[in-house]
Write a protein that binds this ligand. Sequence first.
Ligand SMILES: *[C@@H]1O[C@H](CO)[C@@H](O)[C@H](O)[C@H]1NC(C)=O
Ligand SMILES: *[C@@H]1O[C@H](CO)[C@@H](O)[C@H](O)[C@H]1NC(C)=O
Ligand SMILES: *[C@@H]1O[C@H](CO)[C@@H](O)[C@H](O)[C@H]1NC(C)=O
Ligand SMILES: *[C@@H]1O[C@H](CO)[C@@H](O)[C@H](O)[C@H]1NC(C)=O
Ligand SMILES: *[C@@H]1O[C@H](CO)[C@@H](O)[C@H](O)[C@H]1NC(C)=O
Length: 244
Amino acid sequence: MVLVLLLLVISSSSRGAGGARAEDRNTAFSPCDDTTVLKGDGFTFGLLIGSNASFFLQNNRTTQVSPCSLHPEGNLFSTRLSVFRPKVDEISLLIVNYTQVNPENFGLGGYAVAYAGSQFAAVSVPQFLANSSYHITSLSLVLDFDTGRIKTPLWKSDGCKACQGNSSFVCVHGECAIPSKYCKGSGGMEDCSLSIQLTWSGTDQRYQVLNSWYQINNLGQYSLYNLYSNLMSGLSNQYNSYFH
Ligand SMILES: *[C@@H]1O[C@H](CO)[C@@H](O)[C@H](O)[C@H]1NC(C)=O
Ligand SMILES: *[C@@H]1O[C@H](CO)[C@@H](O)[C@H](O)[C@H]1NC(C)=O
Ligand SMILES: *[C@@H]1O[C@H](CO)[C@@H](O)[C@H](O)[C@H]1NC(C)=O
Ligand SMILES: *[C@@H]1O[C@H](CO)[C@@H](O)[C@H](O)[C@H]1NC(C)=O
Ligand SMILES: *[C@@H]1O[C@H](CO)[C@@H](O)[C@H](O)[C@H]1NC(C)=O
């Protein structure tokens, strides 16, 4: 099942020197296509949600499976897939509906890997999302490139700065989380959908530096969750005031 979920493009940092907007010339539209990209291209990657064990070989738990290799020994069928196509070097906020991350679907808890490519497979480590105790509500993902080819998707923890001082949240392994009993789908009222702040680092095909990760990393005081809670009432306007 492929679900394309809400993708908000927050900021454009890819305008060329002449002010002209680069076009998307990347013809790879599946997360499993191998490709190299330029600033301004779209880039397709997958976010696969499942149990931690589902990302490893069943007979060798130290070997992580690439979702694109569909190894017969893996049990990736018990997972859920979202596909995103953000623009290279644009800061984006990806929203995964709470119905996708509901831990009831994944036994001991839901984890996610971000991935792209087959021959040159790039797969993140599994990131904890939710179990019957907690739902993580905001994460930061950096896509790192080397001359236009994806190297590694990296989960970056902000040490719970985004929800500091807000008693609705607890800090779970350095990520903001809401106790599951308050979440929709687990008997509560809160929309515990997951927002993933996406940024870029490394170089594109023409050795141009992708620097949106450094932009956001330097905004130390900035709180993603405050912006996220205003999502329905004009989030992009708020982000624009940060990045323009
Ligand atoms: C598991 O896979 C790793 C890497 O492929 C290998 O080094 C290791 O020997 C394997 N372990 C077993 C028990 O097969
Ligand atoms: C996920 O599974 C791997 C492989 O079995 C294991 O090494 C790792 O500790 C597990 N992570 C968590 C958080 O349970
Ligand atoms: C999430 O999905 C549910 C069920 O399909 C829907 O009612 C809800 O509005 C969705 N939430 C968002 C934020 O899209
Ligand atoms: C859920 O995950 C958290 C963080 O890893 C852990 O502390 C807690 O014990 C887990 N809850 C259950 C019911 O497994
Ligand atoms: C804490 O977070 C909740 C849920 O998003 C929000 O409704 C509330 O306004 C926040 N409180 C503070 C003090 O920021």
